[in-house]
Ligand binder design. Structure first.
Ligand SMILES: [Zn+2]
Length: 465
């Protein structure tokens, strides 16, 4: 039986639901599972040795939109409030996403997904939850081929007539034109979902509380319950959304979720930034989780902080939301946001952040065999090459990883027992070709977006003129 041994200086080992750094232990992998964590590994197995390396459970990225990362790189940064209105979501992000769906051909769209997913494969996350528009089924094909553990949540939107705000209704343009996306979900589910222990899952992804009417949300909830699927939705991500939900549905965001059955375990709310204290208490009591994506808010001067959600007892995982998808960078942003907001250096600690990004997130996904290096767990792990000036010396590997490492330090990625990245390269893939094609597709879209006036003048780069 083929076995693989991962030999490193440090291993972040899971003991009684805590992540504990241990020295001089090797990880033995067999049939996609961790067979043993031992100081005395078998000598006849394929061995990957990274002297000075740290073996870390693969992180779980609970909220992302893969194509948005390359699409908005350098465009949504440093923008003043007047350029974007109360939130970038409906003024910039959704219209650009819609344009990508209507303007790019299949090959260009695939190139855009591929360059984003290449970043993800080497981001530190071995599990990705992603929400996306139709025409992106290629993301399942690539995740399947490249070996990513993937939870795809194709968007659902209510038709314009059922949405109170015209700008919000327009955001679904280029998607279904009058349909909700449920038929599309069913096709993807039939084609890709691998069941409860599978690596590829198709889950429910209604877009947001202000773009989805009660009938659609109730239907999504019913399907999720009947098939034991997770559901995820943007919730309370802006004050505008809170106001629209109050106006259209006559209640708070949390109450709206409760009214359609989605305030419960098995549901992940992206952001929750504008949930009030009583709402957070309800979320905590329900078992629903929040995917905290600090950096997309920090770049606009807002700080939804991890410590705040934790203080209310909410289950919290982390997501990159297509800002930069380097997971170490996201943990750092999350921690700094907590420290800044509370004025306390021991808020948002490395141990808390690593726990949230591994054990807590795996449990949120109902996969207690993920996010852990322990016998019996799924073999999803990364190896950070720490023999570098910016990572040495090591006093506490959790702190080294959280505060000093970056995804560029990743040497090896193992998912489901398969070595998908080795010496920092994605196995069997021409990375240069993916980058070249992704760049060309993005440039084409940017030209068209600029022509249509999608970019505010403030998004222009500095120039000599
Ligand atoms: Zn999002």
């Amino acid at each position: 039986m083929p076995r693989t041994v991962i030999k490193t200086e440090w291993t972040i080992r899971s003991l009684k639901d805590r992540q504990v750094p241990v020295k001089g232990q090797a990880v033995v992998i067999e049939n996609g599972r961790i067979a043993d964590v031992t100081a005395d590994p078998p000598t006849d197995a394929e061995t990957i040795e990274v002297p000075g390396g740290i073996a870390v459970p693969g992180f779980l990225n609970l909220h992302n939109h893969t194509i948005n990362a390359p699409l908005f790189r350098g465009i949504v940064d440093d923008l003043p409030r007047r350029a974007i209105g109360e939130s970038k979501v409906y003024s910039m992000l959704m219209p650009m996403g819609a344009l990508a769906m209507t303007f790019l051909d299949d090959e260009e769209l695939e190139a855009l997904v591929a360059i984003g997913l290449l970043e993800i494969m080497k981001s530190g996350a071995t599990t990705l939850v992603d929400q996306f528009r139709p025409r992106q089924r290629v993301i399942f094909d690539l995740a399947r081929r490249w070996g990513l553990r993937f939870y795809g949540a194709p968007y659902l939107f209510s038709p314009a007539a059922k949405v109170g705000d015209a700008t919000v209704a327009a955001a679904a343009r280029g998607s279904f034109e009058g349909d909700t996306g449920l038929a599309h979900f069913e096709r993807l589910f039939a084609d890709y979902d691998e069941g409860p222990s599978g690596r590829i899952r198709v889950i429910l992804g209604p877009h947001a509380a202000d773009s989805c009417a009660p009938d659609l949300l109730a239907a999504a909830n019913r399907i999720a319950r009947e098939r034991n699927l997770l559901a995820t939705i943007h919730l309370a991500q802006s004050q505008g959304e809170v106001d629209r939900v109050a106006k259209d549905r006559g209640m708070s965001c949390a109450d709206y979720m409760e009214s359609v059955g989605l305030l419960r375990e098995g549901v992940i709310f992206a952001h929750g930034t504008h949930l009030t204290a009583p709402e957070l208490a309800k979320v905590a009591a329900s078992g629903a989780a929040i995917a905290n994506c600090a950096s997309v808010f920090l770049r606009g001067g807002k700080s939804p902080n991890f410590a705040h959600f934790k203080a209310h007892g909410v289950r919290v995982g982390l997501g990159t939301d297509a800002e930069r998808m380097d997971f170490f960078s996201q943990m750092r942003a999350t921690g700094f946001a907590s420290k800044q907001a509370t004025g306390a250096g021991d808020s948002g600690t490395a141990a808390e952040l690593v726990h949230a990004a591994t054990i807590a997130s795996a449990d949120i996904l109902r996969r207690p065999d993920l996010g852990r290096i322990a016998p019996g767990a799924a073999a999803d792990l990364i190896v950070v090459d720490a023999m570098k000036a910016h990572l040495q010396p090591i006093r506490d590997p959790l702190r080294t990883l959280t505060w000093y490492a970056s995804s560029a330090d990743i040497d090896t990625v193992v998912i489901d027992g398969r070595i998908v990245v080795r010496r920092g390269r994605l196995a069997g893939i021409d990375e240069a070709a993916i980058i070249a094609k992704g760049r060309a597709a993005t440039a084409k879209l940017w030209d068209e977006a600029k022509r249509l006036g999608h970019f505010p003048p403030e998004a222009e780069p500095a120039s000599a003129g």
